[in-house]
Design a protein around this ligand. Sequence first.
Ligand code: MLT
Length: 240
Amino acid sequence: MKLNVLFSPGNTDELYFTGKTTVVIDVLRASTTIVEALKNGAKDVVPVATVEFAVKISGGMFCGQTLLGGERNTKKIEGFALGNSPLEYKSEIVNGKSIVFYSTNGTKAIVKAKFSEHLFISALTNMNAVAKHLLELGSDCVILCAGNNNLFSLEDSVCAGALIEEIINLEKTVLLSDSAKAALGLNKSFGKNKFNTLTESEHGKILIKNGFNKDLEFCSKENNANVVPVYSNSVIKTLG
Ligand code: MLT
């Protein structure tokens, strides 16, 4: 089993992912929010690459059972029920619901990787569950950092390294590409205190400026969700 890391979706096209096992990471905040929504009983999450498509498909969905969620410039989109704060996705709100979900980088990365044979979502909150499942599957894996507008982001790259560390702790014989080794090194250098990693990251600073301090605390927690979100047939559900 070999692990590879793409530090941003910028240098690949959709076909690159054909037949691959892929894990998408967007710690701040899309992948953390997706994990939390599913943990709290959401039926599924439908990731979309544009706001217009979110509005279009939610109109045709069963009344009352579908919620629109997501952000533009970190803020809730006008007319949407929910923003992109994981703290909003409480069980009394999302239980049993489908959530059509748009975010600036996270959902675009997921949609880009849609031709993967297996496509999973990881945050810091569910790395251990994802690591265990990847080892069960045993196939080579690409970890795709959603990044920031096709550029590098520290928090996603550190999470990629932390996920690799989880896998190595369970199975020493996995092989690492150069970028996977670099991600591991980034986690060792910048990931000792994940809350500090997030607060010192560029996107973390923007979120703090916009009043989302509590989200950073929430997104920095490691392995409190035993959830493996898996994308198949255009929706993300919990594995199992
Ligand atoms: C993204 O997809 O870029 C993020 O989830 C944005 C955000 O933090 O709201």
